[in-house]
Design a binder for this molecule. Structure first.
Ligand code: SF4
Length: 230
């Protein structure tokens, strides 16, 4: 009887290698200050990358420093981010997050998160309303390359179809599986490649399995490509 832990670890290694062959292994580099990433990920909830970028740029243009955004009249800030969608929900969340951070530490510098254990950093970040494990992991992974696996809808869907996690697994369950069985050095490129694969082939409605490099190890494909019994 093969060791199930070893089987899963080997499968994830194969997924990482094959997706890397197709899409490349993207090297990590710091893209943003953590406070910017935190605000941007709150803005990104339930909207496209284009809308997120547009509303984030509008916010930075209206309030060049975060203290200004924190003190701005709420209705004004909501109008500034209107193009990002769900502005009535996101505006107060952003201001409350900024207020809490400023009240706690007197500035908005979150670079200290680089030096505390991931679980502590995640617990601190998820205390803010609207900040879940996905947002926390994005910040920790993208800003510091900390070993926190960010699971968005693409990562969740592709992982479940492959059988890395149960077919109905929550995003948090998928996160724990990937953190337990993937090497930390793979977290960033594998996160990027799950998203690329989810957009290119493993689409929500019609996955293009015939063109996929993972068909032979994909539970969903193996199940759905079987000939119908006569
Ligand atoms: S074989 Fe199909 S379902 Fe499986 S990962 Fe590839 S595209 Fe997705």
């Amino acid at each position: 009887m093969p060791d199930p832990d070893l089987v899963l670890a080997t499968k994830i290694a194969t997924v990482h290698q094959r997706l890397g062959d197709v899409y490349g292994i993207r090297a990590w580099h710091k893209q943003a200050e953590p406070i910017d990433e935190l605000v941007a990920t709150i803005l990104s909830q339930n909207t496209s990358d284009v809308n997120t970028h547009r509303s984030f740029q509008a916010l930075k243009q209206a309030y060049p420093d975060w203290a200004q955004a924190m003190k701005a009249p709420q209705h004004e800030l909501i109008e500034v981010i209107r193009s990002g969608g769900l502005a009535n929900q996101k505006g107060p969340r952003i201001q409350n997050t900024l207020l809490q951070i400023y009240a706690e530490q007197g500035d908005f510098d979150l670079n200290w998160l680089e030096d505390v254990p991931v679980n502590e950093a995640r617990a601190w970040l998820t205390q803010f309303k609207g900040v879940g494990n996905k947002t926390a992991s994005i910040l920790l992974l993208f800003c510091f390359n900390r070993p926190a696996f960010a699971v968005d809808t693409h990562v969740q869907r592709v992982s479940r179809r492959l059988g890395l996690a149960p077919a109905n697994a929550s995003a948090d369950t998928v996160m724990h599986v990937l953190e337990d069985y993937a090497a930390p050095a793979w977290y960033y490129p594998l996160h990027i490649n799950f998203i690329r694969h989810g957009r290119a082939l493993c689409k929500a409605r019609k996955p293009q399995c015939e063109s996929c490099t993972l068909g032979d190890i994909c539970d969903w494909y193996q199940e759905n490509s079987r000939p119908v019994d006569q």
